[in-house]
Design a binder for this molecule. Structure first.
Ligand code: NAP
Length: 550
């Protein structure tokens, strides 16, 4: 790829520092360096590219997005040439794809691996960022762009005795690179989120005895994975432009359409008839491609729940286990809906046990295993923590990011994130957060939102350079309005009624605010574009010198 390298801010080491070499960081680097001719450096904690897919190597890890839309669309040739082997791409295949992207666009040599950014401070005299790493490097840049992922700061609950366990421990989000063999072992899995739902069936194949410790049952829908028929693949290849246009302007970044008629105004029989083909098809159709009113009205949601509860009962042999696997106390769809490949069926196996740790919570980790509050102790050879992440704000708050006046971003966000468009925060000029909190991000098919944010950031930087400006940041008013609107949108729905990582509820002490944004992919994109057309309304651009470069 050509690199014209017509750099501008020669008083900094590079024009931009990017944190993270997953989907976000890779595409951002490509845009900055290969299409804009800027000097950029990427720092990545992992030893290779991949981001979330570098770390999440647990058995069964794969995307829940259909593979034909789980990738970049900015380069038609890349999209046409890459072949996915199944309906949903598996972890190693996504990592291979991202390695291919890095090679294709010659990205590796500007990425420093095995290096974690510890801090970044904005200098108000020079309008530059100084970035420091755990390897002792210091780099200055005009722009600081985070591609740290929404679900990358893994969370292990602080159980008493955590280090006492004599056996092996694993976290799904920090899985070893070499294969873990559970053959002949007694394994305990803590957690029943999307990671556990994928890992449990495969761990059960090896383990002599498997105990799943469940705090909250999840609504799990069949993935229906498998090879994609040739004619479907070819039809998609012929429709690149249409697919791109549809996902970019969709509600959630998928080719799914919601129904006009609500569940509230339908009979249970009608709802069942509508949901059955979506259940058979597998994927997110029931969640993101059916009834809109189930997100707003509990009566509507109850009809969808009724359908799903029956499905769980059909799948589980033991009625008591079935009742434990039936989610209670929160609406369907307001907790991330995992897709499974044999999750429920695993609980019909004689060596697999389900333990309720909501009514009888985990009291401590012991040398032998896990002890519950009532004194029951489970002995394990290995414990798998499938306990999730400090989502969205966690990865950013773990970095000492200091803006104007030396103020730490995590202090500013002590009561929850404060952003404009989920992209920038007032007092932190030229800091961009790709798919950051308060953007559609995790409520969308991520690559679609990542491409939109990266292109938007590139547009902003081009605009600054054209105007000879040095900084951009949101006004306090624009940020206040976005934060308020973010909450209002969420409060109009049932999302806040569920204890989820969307609400920060999985991390003790984390403020309970809705972390993503409910504007939806297409309308959010249109809003961002209108803001740009209106001379970046809501942002302050400074340091402009007519005819100069930034
Ligand atoms: P998660 O959804 O947050 O699940 C964590 C699990 O650990 C929950 O069941 C949680 O229970 C349990 N847990 C946490 N603290 C506990 C405690 N102190 N005691 C007992 N149980 C505890 O995490 P995840 O499964 O890693 O998934 C996180 C997100 O990553 C997903 O929602 C999804 O967005 C993404 N992901 C995607 C894929 C995919 O695309 N295929 C795969 C994996 C992950 P509670 O529910 O009660 O909090």
């Amino acid at each position: 790829m050509p690199n014209s390298c017509q750099s501008s801010s020669t008083d900094t080491d590079v024009d931009a520092v990017v944190i993270g070499a997953g989907f976000s960081g890779l595409y951002m680097l490509h845009r900055l360096r290969n299409t804009m001719g800027l000097r950029a450096r990427v720092f990545e904690t992992g030893g290779g590219v991949g981001g979330t897919w570098y770390w999440n190597r647990y058995p069964g890890a794969r995307s829940d997005s259909d593979s034909y839309i789980y990738g970049f669309t900015f380069d038609e040739q890349l999209w046409q040439q890459w072949e996915w082997s199944e309906r949903y791409p598996e972890q190693h295949e996504i990592r291979a794809y991202l390695e291919h992207v890095a090679e294709r666009y010659d990205l590796d040599h500007d990425i420093t691996f095995d290096t974690t950014v510890r801090g970044a401070a904005f200098d108000e005299d020079s309008d530059t960022w100084t970035v420091t790493t755990d390897t002792g490097e210091t780099v200055t840049a005009r722009y600081l762009i985070t591609g740290v992922g929404a679900l990358s700061a893994s969370n292990t609950p602080k159980f008493p005795g955590l280090d006492a366990f004599r056996g092996a421990t694993y976290h799904t989000g920090q899985w070893p690179h070499e294969k873990v063999d559970f053959t002949g072992q007694r394994v305990g899995v803590i957690g029943t989120g999307a990671s556990a739902v994928q890992a449990v069936p495969l761990i059960a194949r090896e383990a002599e005895d498997l105990t799943v410790l469940q705090r909250t049952a999840n609504y799990v829908i069949p993935a229906n994975n498998g090879p994609v028929p040739d004619e479907v693949r070819q039809a998609r290849k012929a429709d690149y432009a249409g697919i791109r246009e549809r996902i970019q302007n969709s509600t959630f970044g998928f080719e799914l359409t919601t129904l006009e008629k609500g569940a509230a105004e339908s009979t249970q029989e009608e709802v069942d008839a509508v949901l059955q083909p979506r259940w058979d098809e597998g994927g997110f159709g029931i969640w993101l491609g059916s009834y809109v009113d189930m997100f707003f009205v509990d009566d509507a949601n109850a009809k969808v729940r009724h359908f799903l509860h029956d499905k769980i009962r059909e799948k589980i042999d033991d009625p008591q286990t079935a009742e434990r696997l039936i989610p209670k106390g929160y609406p369907f769809g307001c907790k991330r809906n995992p897709l499974d490949s044999g999750y429920y069926e695993t609980f019909n196996l004689p060596h697999v046990h389900l333990v309720d740790v909501k009514s009888n919570p985990i009291a401590e980790i012991t040398p032998a295993g896990v002890k519950l509050v009532d004194g029951t102790e489970y002995e394990f050879d290995a414990i798998v923590y499938a306990t999730g992440f400090d989502a969205m704000t966690g990865p950013l708050n773990r970095i000492d990011i200091r803006g104007r006046g030396g103020r730490l971003l995590r202090d500013k966000w002590a009561d929850g994130p404060r952003t404009y468009l989920g992209l920038m925060s007032a007092g932190y000029p030229n800091l961009f957060t790709i798919t950051g909190p308060q953007s559609p991000s995790v409520l969308s098919n991520m690559p679609v939102s990542i491409e939109q944010h990266v292109d938007y950031i590139a547009g902003i930087i081009d605009h600054l350079r054209d105007r000879g400006a040095t900084t951009i940041e949101p006004t306090a008013e624009a940020e206040d309005a976005w934060v308020a609107q973010n909450q209002q949108l969420a409060e109009a729905t049932l999302f806040p009624t569920a204890d989820t990582w969307y609400m920060g509820a999985n991390i003790p002490g984390k403020p309970r605010v809705f972390l993503p944004n409910l504007s939806f992919v297409g309308p959010y994109r249109a809003k961002c574009d209108r803001i740009a057309e209106n001379d970046y309304e809501g942002f302050t651009i400074s340091g402009a010198r007519e005819g100069a470069t930034a």
